[in-house]
Write a protein that binds this ligand. Structure first.
Ligand code: AMP
Length: 320
């Protein structure tokens, strides 16, 4: 028996189901959260299904959140998607429910919840929600909007099917989703489009990228700069992959200063494992895509030195 059977049984038992995802949501967090909510709403119209969490800055075209009173959590089932550790769950009232389910594709560093379904081989949590639907296709209903959300989540987390986590299964699942009735061209455009100020920030990233001889890259973006460009933190997502398009770059970090002064660190890699670095600096994530925090410039330098070391080790391993 798969844990998915247990998840469906638990879903069937509860009248109220509240679905959460991680803070600073990306398309996969929203796609998996609201995609699942839509599937459950269509499959069990008698149940109360809610999607909750902080603002979805810049991703309103995907979905909006719902306001839920604390009392609604009483006797409810809470499901959290795409979130490896509990401090990152958006809206900490997730703990007020009667039962908790974790569905995620990140390394299972914190197996919180009464039921835990983690598949680190899945390209995205949206792919997992689709796997859940496909397993119980006779009992569940996939709406066109759920398909749009799940497709958006997969496109987001695979970098348009480019990143190594993209498998033939990912493409099969995506093909089923594309067969549904939604405007994929409009969705892709929404996901890809950037404002003029983000385009200028992209220019800044390319101009100011520092790369060492082993391919360790670093870009620092001060809060002052973001204010000057008129950009909010969530908009920096589209410039994170840019250093990776450069031949010489092997692993890189984007250090984005927050209004409070600390730095949000976004780490990416073409080979060297960087989630161990992230874990040492209040973060985590996938081996090749992680996030962390640096309290000040000293910690920024420390993290960069660790990226440099990871690149050096990686090159040595390849040579040996
Ligand atoms: P980001 O750079 O924010 O797009 O994050 C890249 C990956 O790292 C995503 O899979 C996140 O879920 C994960 N991640 C980012 N920040 C953190 C954090 N503070 N703790 C744990 N995982 C994180």
């Amino acid at each position: 028996m798969s844990v998915r059977n247990d998840i469906l049984s638990m879903i069937k038992k509860y009248e109220t189901i509240i679905i959460h995802r991680h803070q600073r949501p990306d398309p996969d967090a929203l796609g998996s959260q609201v995609g699942l909510a839509e599937i459950l709403r269509a499959s069990f119209p008698e149940k109360n299904i809610y999607q909750v969490g902080g603002p979805v800055e810049g991703l309103e075209f995907l979905a909006l959140m719902e306001e839920v009173e604390d009392s609604v959590y009483q006797g409810a089932l809470v499901i959290v998607t795409d979130t490896a550790n509990s401090p990152r769950i958006s809206d900490n009232r997730y703990a007020l429910g009667e039962k908790l389910i974790k569905i995620d594709h990140h390394p299972n560093d914190e197996p919180y919840g009464d039921l835990v379904w983690v598949n680190t081989k899945a390209s995205s949590c949206s792919e997992m929600i689709m796997d859940f639907y496909l397993m119980f296709e006779d009992e569940l209903t996939l709406t066109d909007n759920a398909a749009r959300l799940l497709y958006g989540g997969i496109v987001g987390d695979t970098g348009r099917f480019l990143y190594p986590a993209t498998t033939s299964h990912t493409l099969e699942v995506a093909a089923v989703l594309r067969g549904c009735d939604f405007d994929a061209t409009a969705l892709n455009r929404e996901l890809e489009q950037i404002s003029m100020s983000v385009a200028k920030l992209a220019g800044y990233v390319y101009q100011n990228l520092e790369v060492d001889a082993d391919g360790a890259g670093k870009v620092l973006i001060s809060h002052e700069m973001l204010t000057e460009y008129g950009i909010v933190d969530s908009e920096t997502a589209s410039v994170v992959p840019l250093p990776g398009t450069i031949d010489e770059v092997l692993a890189w970090g984007l250090f984005v200063q927050q209004p409070e002064g600390y730095y949000r660190v976004r780490l990416r890699s073409k080979g060297p494992v960087i989630n161990e670095i992230a874990k040492r600096h209040h973060g985590g994530g996938h081996p090749l895509a992680s996030g962390a925090n640096a309290r000040d410039m000293d910690e920024v330098r420390e993290i960069y030195a660790e990226i440099q070391q990871a690149c050096q080790n990686f090159i040595q391993e390849v040579v040996e």
